[in-house]
Design a protein around this ligand. Structure first.
Ligand code: SF4
Length: 467
């Protein structure tokens, strides 16, 4: 069984896509690290399948350059990214420690348009010397920033003996009942097999702070998103309206002000939408976000978590911790039993999974039982089944940004239904919906799996110079 930590699901990174930006970036970095042992005078990259069809809109070529240049996605800031990209563009040179080679993305990155037999998302790196291949590596990008080097037996080579080896919802129910533990407690015990309790808390706080920062930055930034579709940012206008045009210069002042807004349905609904839009506008602009479980769906969990933190009765960091531990484990179960890649399962695998994760996390914080947590996650996914991925012009903007608001609202509604329902009466259980999502993804036409060859991507006419 694949062993995953919740920190494999929650990763700090930059937008716009986990499978098409973060994954290729990590693959390029891994290739660069292997390359240090070789002598070479040329590097080229071939992109296959969905990576070739929507890679331009998803900034795959940009991510590859940053990875080949040795930048690390978790720690790189926007200024550093821009400096490196300008350097490559102006000098047409890639620097490898003491070496440098001539490199032009237009010449050396091939969007080859054909499908690779291994997976819908494949990229091959090739280094040559005097036109002879000295190193070739082919990676699959599996969604959520996960990559696999073809020929390697285990993705990410993880083998951890967790005390509670969780594959599905039935395992969760068995462990919690047999050991009289809460769901979040078994996840926390598993995580302590990898890190100390203090390290886990530190990482969870870092994840939470990054989520809050992405919401705040989205709420104070206006303008038009890059890529050519001329999508106007909306989170700032919504935020200004809710705060009656007052501007706040620090995140603390902003938080204090928004906590005082009236707790009426319309206002809360607008805040939730605003939080989700803010994160995904940042994501579309290559801002820093938390992949959760993917970048395209990165707004759902912050929106629901902040809704709980700002407007519901909460216990501060203890609830943040409970929320993220449970949401993360639900994401792990979808990754193991189905997929979190839109190229494999359509948007149900991105927004659907993030909505199920958020529904479970919220239900735990609201005092729900383990059965109610799984019921909430099931309900949230059940009403995303069949959701296609059809981003216009291959950009993670339309329908993606709004879709995060929808995923957040459905998560809250699913939690509400579970908290007010009896899991013993439920007709569908969590494991059945995971299996159904996977089978629906397999049956889905490839036009609707992150290729921009169907749906809105072909029915909405756009005309502008290629981005
Ligand atoms: S449509 Fe959904 S799955 Fe596809 S890129 Fe947008 S958010 Fe991701």
């Amino acid at each position: 069984m694949e062993q995953l930590s919740i920190f494999d699901i929650f990763k700090i990174g930059v937008g716009p896509s986990s499978s098409h930006t973060l994954g290729p970036w990590k693959a390029a970095l891994a290739f660069r690290n292997t390359l240090t042992a070789f002598s070479f005078d040329n590097v080229s990259i071939t992109l296959y399948g969905s990576l070739s069809k929507t890679g331009k809109g998803h900034k795959t070529d940009v991510a590859i350059q940053l990875g080949l240049a040795g930048l690390i996605p978790e720690t790189t800031n926007t200024c550093e990214m821009e400096r490196i990209l300008d350097q490559i563009k102006i000098t047409e040179t890639l620097f490898f420690d003491s070496r440098s080679i001539s490199f032009s993305p237009l010449m050396h990155i091939d969007f080859c348009n054909s499908l690779h037999e291994a997976h819908p998302n494949v990229l091959t790196f090739r280094a040559t010397k005097k036109e002879e291949t000295v190193l070739e590596q082919t990676y699959t990008s599996l969604g959520g920033g996960f990559i696999k080097l073809l020929g390697d037996s285990e993705p990410e080579k993880k083998k951890i003996d967790f005390p509670f080896s969780i594959e599905n919802g039935a395992d969760v129910l068995r462990y919690t009942q047999d050991n009289s533990l809460d769901f979040y407690e078994i996840v926390f015990q598993n995580e302590q097999h990898i890190r100390t309790a203090k390290q886990i808390d530190f990482k969870l706080q870092e994840i939470y702070d990054t989520m809050k920062q992405s919401v705040y930055k989205g709420c104070i930034t206006e303008g038009v998103l890059p890529g050519g579709l001329k999508v106007k940012r909306r989170a700032r206008a919504l935020c200004s309206k809710l705060l009656e045009e007052h501007q706040y210069k620090t995140i603390d002042a902003w938080e204090e002000a928004l906590r005082k807004t009236p707790l009426v349905f319309d206002t809360l609904n607008t805040w939730i939408s605003c939080f989700a839009l803010a994160v995904n506008e940042q994501n579309a602009a290559m801002g820093k976000i938390v992949t959760s479980p993917t970048n395209g769906a990165a707004g759902v969990i912050p929106a629901v978590l902040l809704y709980h933190q700002y407007f519901a009765k909460n216990k501060g960091f203890e609830d943040v911790k409970k929320f993220l531990l449970i949401a993360g484990e639900i994401g792990c179960m979808f990754k193991k039993g189905a997929t979190i890649s839109a190229a494999e399962g359509g948007c149900q695998a991105e927004i659907g999974v993030s909505s199920a994760m958020a529904a479970g996390g919220l239900t735990a914080c609201m005092g729900g039982s383990t059965k109610q947590i799984l019921m909430a996650a099931e309900i949230a996914m059940e009403h995303h089944l069949g959701l296609t991925c059809d981003p216009i012009h291959g950009l993670v903007q339309v329908p993606c940004i709004e879709r995060n608001s929808m995923g957040a609202i459905k998560a809250i509604m699913a939690s509400n239904l579970a908290l007010n329902g009896n899991p013993e009466d439920a007709i569908v259980n969590f494991d059945q919906v995971v299996k159904t999502m996977w089978e629906t993804g397999l049956a889905m036409n490839s036009n609707f799996k992150e290729t921009s060859e169907g749906g809105l991507a072909i029915n909405v006419a756009v005309s502008f110079p290629s981005c």
